[in-house]
Design a binder for this molecule. Structure first.
Ligand code: PEP
Ligand code: MG
Length: 561
């Protein structure tokens, strides 16, 4: 049996057939001419035919969709046959340009024109670029970009997924995610956990799997096996049984001896928030506000933001909701904030730093959050991402005060912030450890790179020491200010125990992980958690830390984790 191994990032065992995510459509070379055997009329006819096929395909998808995605698909389908788009391309074809290059260039001009119009029209610029890529794929006879459409459920195999892919991923069709790239903190991992899909990332070789191949995926072990047999079928059946016995989270996170650790949810908007509340989340520990506006080319208005945030607040009356200000850049580019030409986006102008290059956006966002918080039933806290210095924390707290927001905090994602946590907590009311970025910056390993997945583990003892140091900073500061964790580390039920043992006060995770984290946490006392934290801290490497702690938690076997 052919096996692939990678990093298991979302538990679950399943058997299904593979569908490869098509590679992104590459730009046709500048100046590409049509072949000498093709006439301009023939090239024009091919282009028109391709645009019709793309339009029909998008219309078909729109007919099957509902709500916001239906509207977006309908608008995109109209774009595919847009006279302006096609006319400009036909003109270029008449000068000898290849059909692919012609539609590419005319798409770019139309997108730029829409962008310059601003507002709603600017948001349609992305649709034009999507349409031109689809037409080029059709002209080349290769599959359309994006998540494949299928009437049958399938296991999606890709190089990596971007946050924007979440919008088109139908959880009723996708059984599991397998990627050759991506790391444990990549967005593929985050998407998989949010949707409760088994997932394996950083599995070299899976790109070669042919569509339709039957595979077994084990999202805890991090393995993918081709042509599974009776053994694998039995493992899937055992997993389904264990998943059924996992009780729903009862709404109170605590250790066996009653040490309370509120279990909060990471959400990207109101829909997530409503689901999280249903699943018993004790509040929101991270509202990723950039997820409300990923599709946008332009800054959302204050009114639009108020509506988006209030939808989340309304789901948690009387509970804490931590709003993170826009974390644009690197793996989450936002066209109105991100300079895509930076050579090292992860080390560039991202998160809080965008206030340097695009002043005003943060101020308006804080106004929107404060407006949404007025008369809101939720207790609204607000925090900034990517804080690296004490001064940045102080400046952010001052901006929050001016906006009327009373509980400012910052994320600890950069090692400098962990090292100076005591002084930072002198400026703000709480910190939240973003272990995804904290790991990438501590280990100097891009969180999106599958080849560095082993380095990119929050189990790395160096990362655990920085978490311990952050908690020590809060203790030294003397006011018992909360230190939460909102990175993916909190969604790992085994690591969650270690984090509690290190003294973390709250854990925020995708709502699907609440029941597993809650159950494992309830199986240990606080002293046991402290002992397990010491075992992990003193391990030689990430694997040893994880293996040591797992060996001490008998409940994992029972829960199939
Ligand atoms: C993190 O870095 O841990 C985090 C929670 O932020 P994001 O994953 O959105 O970068
Ligand atoms: Mg982060």
């Amino acid at each position: 049996m052919q096996n692939f191994s990678g990093v298991g990032v979302s538990p679950g065992r399943i058997i299904g057939s593979v569908r490869q995510m098509p590679k992104p459509v590459s730009e046709p070379p500048v100046g590409e001419r049509m072949s000498s055997s093709t006439t301009a009329d023939e090239a024009t006819a091919s282009l028109r035919a391709a645009s019709k096929v793309v339009q029909a395909e998008l219309q078909g998808r729109a007919a099957a969709a509902t709500g916001a995605s239906k509207a977006v698909l309908e608008a995109t389908a109209l774009m595919a046959a847009d006279p302006m788009l096609i006319k400009a391309a036909v003109k270029l074809i008449a000068t000898g340009t290849s059909a692919e290059r012609a539609i590419w260039e005319s798409g770019a001009s139309v997108a730029e024109m829409l962008h310059n119009l601003g507002g709603y029209m600017a948001d349609r610029a992305t649709d034009v670029l999507d349409v031109r890529a689809r037409i080029v794929a059709e002209l080349r006879g290769v599959p359309a970009p994006g998540i494949p459409q299928s009437t049958e459920p399938f296991i999606l195999v890709a190089e990596d997924l971007a946050p924007a892919d979440t919008a088109t991923l139908d959880p009723a069709k996708v059984l599991a995610l397998v990627t050759s790239g991506g790391g444990p903190q990549s967005h593929t991992a985050i998407i998989a956990r949010a949707l409760g899909l088994p997932a394996v990332v950083a599995a070299p070789g899976v790109d070669e799997l042919v569509d339709g191949t039957e595979v077994y995926v084990d999202g805890a072990a991090g393995t993918v096996s081709v042509n599974p047999g009776a053994d694998e079928q039995a493992l899937v059946a055992a997993w389904l049984l264990a998943a059924e016995t996992l009780a729903v989270f009862d709404g109170t996170g605590s250790t066996a001896d009653g040490h309370l650790v509120p279990l909060l949810a990471n959400v990207g908007g109101a829909v997530d928030a409503v689901k999280a509340a249903e699943l018993g989340a004790q509040g929101v520990g991270l509202l990723r506000t950039e997820f409300c506006f990923l599709e946008r080319d332009t800054e959302p208005t204050i009114d639009e933001q108020v509506v988006a945030y209030r939808g989340v607040f309304d789901a948690f009356p009387g509970k804490k909701v931590v709003v993170r200000t826009l974390d644009a850049g690197a793996d989450k580019p936002l066209p109105f904030l991100t300079d895509t030409t930076e050579p090292n986006p992860s080390l560039g102008v991202r998160g809080y730093r965008t206030d340097l290059t695009t002043p005003g956006v943060l101020k308006r966002q804080l106004t929107a959050i404060a407006t949404a918080a007025t008369d809101s039933p939720a207790e609204v806290w607000v925090m900034a991402p990517m804080i690296a210095t004490v001064d940045e924390a102080a400046d952010f707290a001052a901006m929050c005060r001016v906006a009327g927001l009373k509980i400012p905090g910052v994320m600890v994602e950069v090692p400098s912030a962990a090292l100076l946590a005591d002084r930072i907590l002198g400026e703000v009311d709480f910190v939240s450890l973003g272990t995804n970025d904290l790991t990438q910056y501590t280990m100097a390993a891009d969180r999106q790179l599958g080849t560095l997945a082993a380095l990119n583990s929050p189990w790395q003892p160096a990362v655990l020491h920085l978490i311990k140091l952050t908690v020590a900073g809060s203790i030294a500061q003397g006011k018992n200010k909360p230190v939460g964790v909102c990175g993916e580390a909190a969604a790992d039920p085994v690591l969650a125990v270690v984090l509690v043992g290190l003294g973390v006060s709250t854990l925020s995770m995708t709502a699907r992980s609440l029941s597993a984290v809650g159950a494992v946490l309830k199986s240990v006392t606080l002293d046991e958690a402290k002992r397990l934290a010491e075992l992990a801290l003193s391990a030689r490497n990430a694997d040893e830390a994880r293996t040591r702690v797992r060996a001490e938690l008998p409940i994992l076997e029972k829960l199939g984790l």
